[in-house]
Design a binder for this molecule. Structure first.
Ligand code: ZN
Ligand code: ZN
Length: 285
C-alpha cells in the first residue's frame, strides 16, 4: 500500500516539520528547505540537521522529501536567471542530503510557449550541472504540470525527453494527481489510469516514479488549471482516489498531500490524512 504523507511547515527549525507531521498522523513528510518564494538559501545549523534526523527516526517516518522553491526556471534564456536557478536547486539537494531526505521535487520551469524541444538542451545542461555539483545520492524528481502557461511537464513525453537527454540514475519524476487530471489524464478512472501509466512507462520508465503528490482537483478534467482541492471534495473524488490508492504501481510510494485544508488556508491537516488513510483501507479491502 502507498505511504500516506503530507507537506508540512518547517518554520522555526527543520525538526518542527516532524512534530507537525506527527500531529496530523502522517507516515511521510515533504518540506521546503528554504523560503519557497525567495532565492536566498537558508543556512541550517549542524544542530538543526541533528535534531531533524533524531526526530525523524523517533517518529519512524518512511520517507522525507523536500520541495524546491518555486523560482527556478531551468529553461531560462537569461544566463543570470539560469545560473541562479541551478544554484537554488543545488542548495535544495544539499539540504536534502544533509537532512537524510530521499530527494527534491522540482517544477522544471517554463518554455514560454516555444515547446519543450526548443529548450531541451538548456534544461538538460542545467540538470547535469546540478547533479554534478550536488553531494550525495538524493534524487531530483521533476514534477508533472497541469499545463498552464507553458509549464514544462504537461505530458510524460516532455519529461521523458529531458530524462533521456540527461541520462542520470538520480533523475526521477513526481506524479501530482491534480496536475495529471487537469492536464488531461483521467486517472480517476481505472482505464484512464492504466493508459497514463503505460505512457509514463514508455516515455520515462516506471522505475523513475519516486513520489506522488496526492491532491484532488478543484477544476474539471482537462482544465489545465492547477488548483488543488481537499481529498474527496474535488473532481477526482473519493472513488477516483480509491482507484489511485489501489494501483499496484503505486504500492510503497509516498503519497504526499498538498491540499488547502478543510479551513481552506492551513494546508494539509489531520482530516485530509484520515480521508486518504480511510480510502487506502477501502481500496485494499
Ligand atoms: Zn505538487
Ligand atoms: Zn499544483
Amino acid at each position: 500500500m502507498p505511504i500516506v504523507g503530507a507537506h508540512v511547515s518547517a518554520a522555526g527549525g527543520l525538526w518542527n516539520a516532524v512534530t507537525n507531521g506527527v500531529a496530523i498522523g502522517v507516515e511521510a513528510i515533504q518540506i521546503f528547505g528554504s523560503q519557497p518564494t525567495t532565492w536566498r538559501a537558508t543556512s541550517h545549523k549542524p544542530e538543526a540537521y541533528e535534531k531533524f534526523r533524531a526526530a525523524r527516526a523517533e517518529a519512524n517516518l518512511a520517507a522525507v522529501w523536500l520541495h524546491s522553491p518555486y523560482l527556478p526556471n531551468l529553461a531560462a534564456d537569461d544566463d543570470e536567471q539560469w545560473q541562479k536557478s541551478i544554484d537554488c536547486v543545488v542548495n535544495a539537494l544539499t539540504v536534502a542530503h544533509t537532512a537524510g531526505a530521499d530527494g527534491v521535487v522540482l517544477h522544471t520551469g517554463s518554455h514560454k510557449g516555444r515547446g519543450v524541444e526548443a529548450v531541451l538542451e538548456r534544461v538538460a545542461d542545467a540538470i547535469k550541472r546540478i547533479l554534478d555539483a550536488a553531494p550525495g545520492d538524493c534524487r531530483l524528481a521533476l514534477e508533472n504540470a497541469a499545463g498552464q502557461g507553458g509549464t514544462i511537464g504537461k505530458s510524460w513525453a516532455e519529461l521523458g525527453a529531458i530524462v533521456h537527454e540527461v541520462k542520470a540514475s538520480r533523475l526521477a519524476v513526481c506524479l501530482d494527481t491534480c496536475h495529471a487530471f487537469a492536464a488531461g489524464y483521467n486517472i480517476a478512472d481505472p482505464v484512464g489510469l492504466r493508459a497514463m501509466l503505460a505512457e509514463l512507462d514508455s516515455e520515462v520508465g516506471l522505475d523513475r516514479l519516486a513520489v506522488i503528490h496526492a491532491n484532488d482537483s478543484l477544476m474539471e478534467f482537462g482544465s489545465t488549471r492547477d488548483r488543488h482541492q481537499n481529498i474527496g471534495d474535488g473532481f477526482i473524488g473519493n472513488e477516483g482516489f480509491k482507484v489511485i490508492l489501489a494501483e499496484p504501481a503505486f504500492a510503497s510510494l509516498p503519497m504526499l498531500l498538498e491540499v488547502p485544508g478543510i479551513d481552506g488556508k492551513s494546508g494539509p491537516d489531520a482530516e485530509n490524512v484520515a480521508r486518504l488513510k480511510r480510502l487506502r483501507d477501502e481500496a485494499g479491502a
